[in-house]
Design a protein around this ligand. Structure first.
Ligand code: BMA
Length: 357
């Protein structure tokens, strides 16, 4: 049966990125991604050192190549902050995006933006009227359109050496099936969420004429009835990639966490695969990882078998920071001498995942 494949993307360079993603999915070799990979890692930080060479990467140091996918986050841009919510200088981030693209990689952007109603952060769910207030007719609509303008202008400034727009995977309003973000399922209605997405799309694409975006929607895994996420989907014409955000828990004992992760992936990614097939979309594991990597063989014994049956185009593990209140525990890839280093190298050398070279 022929299916009509509706694509949301447009313009410069997105078709070659889309081809790369589809080929990676079809060949069973997902592209490996790491959040903030060029921005900081174990004992180094590009912003603090004003380093615009951006040659360092914990993944490179361990496995000999950069990740294929570089994740960056725009949180803070909306309030004109010079640095994002994790301390990355926005000018250096732009450099990182351009350098990564010129090295042949793909950039993906998320947005942990402030709460426009309360002035709090993305996790401020103290008021369930935030989404309503920024939709057309809401008291903060104009203010929020200003935020979208800033984000659009920033992304539009990602230009290669020929002045062409760099394509990016744009993943706004993520983990919207959870209750922890103000745009999450607990804090807005189905219609409000879908209208929020459409408003974002229409403003960035139709008003700002921003080209080169591949739009990624990414529900988080749910303990039951994962399929319920499908009501919070704006429609095929607004989305290119459907991805899952699913982590290996650090809140339960390890002997429970590891099998639970495998089950969550199987259940949620299985369901998302069926959805992606039906809608002609690219499947991805848009966020994953095991914080602090306390299981030495997490890569080959837990992650690799969990994902092997799914045609995901890429997977992205979260950031390596040493600046968390709990100390050096918020990291998701090894560094030379760090936890799970040899297993990570073994996984990469096994050829079932692809770094940049
Ligand atoms: C979260 C944590 C936070 C961070 C946010 C945005 O999951 O890593 O510390 O501020 O992502 O990168």
């Amino acid at each position: 049966m022929a299916i009509a494949i509706l694509s949301a993307c447009g313009g410069v360079g997105t078709s070659s990125v889309e081809d790369t993603l589809r080929q990676a999915a079809e060949s069973g070799t997902p592209l490996f991604g790491h959040q903030d990979d060029l921005m900081y890692g174990h004992t180094w930080n590009a912003t603090k050192e004003n380093d615009t060479d951006l040659t360092r990467s914990d993944v490179l140091s361990v496995a000999g190549s950069y990740p294929y996918i570089l994740g960056l986050d725009l949180g803070g841009l909306e309030i004109d902050s010079p640095v994002n919510l994790d301390g990355n200088d926005f000018n250096i981030m732009r450099e990182a995006a351009i350098k990564h693209h010129e090295r042949g990689g793909i950039v993906t952007l998320s947005w942990h933006l402030r709460n426009p109603l309360t002035g709090g952060d993305s996790w401020d769910v103290s008021n369930a009227k935030v989404v309503e207030s920024i939709l057309p007719g809401g008291e903060l609509h104009e203010k929020f359109i200003g935020w979208l303008d800033r984000v659009s202008d920033y992304i539009a400034s990602f230009k290669d050496g020929n002045g062409s727009q760099i394509p990016v995977i744009w993943r706004p309003w993520h983990e919207h099936t959870g209750g922890w973000f103000w745009w999450g399922a607990a804090n807005c209605t189905v219609d409000q969420y879908n209208d929020l997405w459409k408003m974002t799309y229409n403003h960035m694409v139709n008003e700002k004429k921003l080209e080169g975006l591949l739009w990624a929607v990414s529900p988080n895994s749910l303990p039951a009835d994962f399929e319920s996420w499908e009501s919070r989907y704006p429609g095929d014409e607004y989305v290119d990639i459907v991805g899952l955000d699913c982590y290996c828990s650090t809140y339960v004992p390890q002997e429970t966490a590891l099998p639970m992760f495998a089950q969550d992936i199987k259940r949620c990614l299985g369901s998302l695969k069926a959805f992606a097939d039906k809608h002609g979309k690219i499947l991805a594991l848009t966020e994953t990882g095991y914080e602090a990597l306390t299981y030495e063989k997490w890569w080959t014994e837990v992650l690799a078998p969990a994902i092997e049956e799914f045609p995901i185009a890429y997977l992205l593990v979260w950031r390596n920071t040493d600046e968390m209140p709990r100390g050096m525990t918020h990291f998701y890839t090894p560094w030379p001498g760090g936890p799970s280093e040899s297993d990570f190298v073994k996984w990469v050398e096994g050829g079932k995942v692809r770094l940049l070279k």
